[in-house]
Design a protein around this ligand. Structure first.
Ligand code: IMP
Ligand code: MG
Length: 187
């Protein structure tokens, strides 16, 4: 059982506070409400990292909408993604003719979202856009950018507010930089 003090001891510094995240998520929700009014968009949560972001963002959307969930994984564990994407859970909703908004925690190499937008694009949606809470543009391996982005972040491994390392830290209410010694021990 992990105790809260131990958990917080693993954080080098807080990059984005609860207040900063809340303010930005509210802005994104207002923007999407304006741009998707009357379109009944399908918000797609990419499990598990986007869970808090998805929940907060969709509650700021003010018109009709629907939700669905997908789970992906890149092979391997640790702090570096590997480019090969596997679908662990697909959508339950047909998306032909729908306006799809993919909600993801972070765009790093871009491989996950590059793969997902291509895959969903073959199902003939009316549109697909990507909303990422965080963007690490310095590490991009393919030509893709989020259509909506909460914050650009430096090339540091971050956890909290849904983002994990080895499935821990998702419950931190803020986003922090993980101390290197936490992952250098296991990699
Ligand atoms: P990409 O395919 O390289 O863009 O990686 C996207 C996935 O890698 C994200 O959905 C996260 O699960 C994970 N990821 C990338 N950078 C971080 C990070 O700094 N902290 C936690 N997870 C990360
Ligand atoms: Mg993820």
């Amino acid at each position: 059982m992990i105790n809260k003090t131990g958990l917080e001891n693993d954080i080098k510094y807080v990059l984005l506070s609860e207040k900063q995240i809340e303010a930005r998520v509210n802005e994104l929700g207002e923007q999407l409400s304006r741009e998707y009014a009357g379109k009944n968009p399908l918000f797609v949560c990419i499990l598990r990292g986007a869970v808090h972001f998805f929940s907060d963002l969709t509650r700021r959307f003010t018109d009709y909408m629907e939700m669905d969930f997908m789970a992906t994984s890149s092979y391997g564990s640790g702090t570096v993604s590997h480019g090969i994407v596997r679908i662990k859970k697909d959508l339950d909703t047909p998306i032909e003719g729908r306006h799809v908004i993919i909600v993801e925690d972070i765009m790093d190499s871009g491989n996950t979202l590059n793969y997902l937008t291509r895959l969903l694009g073959t199902r003939n949606p009316a549109s697909i856009k990507i909303v990422c809470l965080l963007d690490k543009p310095s590490r991009r391996e393919c030509e893709i950018t989020p259509d909506y982005c909460g914050f650009a972040v430096p090339d540091e491994f971050v956890v909290g507010y849904g983002l994990d390392y080895a499935d821990a830290y998702r419950n931190l209410p803020y986003i922090g930089v993980l101390k290197e010694e936490v992952y250098s021990k296991t990699e």
